[in-house]
Design a protein around this ligand. Structure first.
Ligand code: TRP
Length: 337
């Protein structure tokens, strides 16, 4: 059987949180253990520049995101773990793809349209106010990330599905014109992976600032869990497990027996304080060792750097010869050869 390639990128803005862990990092690390797949995981640091112009933050986030994956046990022998900016072929491919991408396609990108809409709502005279070319052509850079390694499957959140459709569209146009070079990738949106609710009741997200960082010290983890909003039901009242942020979070970490036990307690009545305490113990138990690993890793950035460099070497075993073919396909080649 031909090995499938699974690839996903993590934008390096901010600190990974519990929602990122259960929704993306944990399933990706599990998938990387499957001997039937080649997995490519990378730090999307060029994507970070689209949203963040604070160099210290971008730099620190790259360290934190890389350390997070390593602390949680990503096997860098079995997977290819690299930093986007270490693969110059990706930016090269971005330009080539930019030249076959319809401008109209980019006009329809959700992120761009949302920014324009905001300007219109604010009655700005310029609908493109504050919108950089980076934001506008963001989907092309993402297409290059994916097509560079001919990924078959791209696990992403629902908000990224349109980018995958655009990637397929761009790949098709290229293939039609220059020959069948690119595989058409599929998005994989896993409905079963948990989407955690944040402290305020909305989806846990960096943008809402309602998240629990993955590796906060134990004391702060407890404090943050205690802050999750609940209703005012008394301890002895039976409680619904549906639409309950605490129950969902518990479920995202617990075994099926633990879930059944907790559901039984909800049915007979358990105080929110008690639920929070049990949730804290469960989450803390699972993150404890990784948190210690993480603290060690961030103290040794040079070690992480060397892992990323080795990852880049592996990634470029594929990207360098492939880019060579792509250059030839479009007519960029040595003269007389
Ligand atoms: N845009 C993605 C996000 O914000 C991150 C990303 C960049 C990515 N390049 C990618 C995801 C390639 C999958 C494949 O979540």
């Amino acid at each position: 059987m031909h090995k499938q390639t699974v690839l996903t990128g993590i934008t390096t803005t901010g600190t990974p949180h519990l929602g990122n862990y259960v929704g993306a990092i944990r399933p990706a690390i599990e998938a990387s253990r499957d001997a039937h797949v080649n997995s490519y995981y990378f730090l999307a640091d060029f994507h970070a520049l689209i949203k963040c112009h604070d160099p210290a933050k971008v730099h620190q986030s790259a360290l934190e995101v890389a350390a997070t994956w390593l602390a949680l046990g990503l096997d860098v022998e079995k997977s290819v773990f690299y930093r986007q900016s270490d693969i110059p072929e990706i930016t090269e491919l971005t330009w080539i793809l930019t030249c076959v991408t319809a401008k109209g396609l980019m006009n329809r990108a959700h992120a761009y349209k949302a920014a324009v809409q905001l300007n219109e709502e604010e009655k700005s005279t310029d609908p493109d106010k504050g919108i950089s070319m980076g934001l506008y052509s963001y989907p092309v850079l993402m297409a290059a990330d994916i097509l560079m390694f001919n990924a078959n499957t791209v696990p992403v959140g629902r908000d990224q599905v349109q980018h995958l459709e655009m990637t397929r569209d761009i790949a098709q146009r290229f293939n039609h014109h220059f020959g069948e070079h690119f595989v058409l990738p599929e998005a994989r949106v896993d409905e079963s992976t948990a989407v955690l609710t944040g402290l305020d009741g909305r989806k846990m997200s960096k943008s809402y600032n309602n998240y629990i960082p993955l590796f906060v010290p134990e004391k702060n983890l407890r404090k943050l869990i205690m802050k999750i909003v609940t209703n005012s039901q008394a301890p002895e009242e039976p409680k619904a497990t549906t639409n309950c942020a605490l129950f969902d979070m518990y479920k995202a970490f617990a075994t099926s027996e633990q879930v059944a036990d907790m559901a039984a307690k909800f049915a007979t009545g358990i105080g929110w304080g008690q639920v929070k305490q049990e949730l804290f113990e469960l989450v803390n138990g699972q993150l404890h060792d990784a948190r210690e690993q993480y603290a060690e890793l961030v103290k040794h950035p040079a070690h992480i750097e060397s892992i990323l460099r080795q990852g880049a070497v592996k990634a470029r075993e594929y990207s360098v010869p492939f880019m060579h073919k792509i250059r030839r396909a479009v007519g960029i080649a040595p003269l007389g050869a």
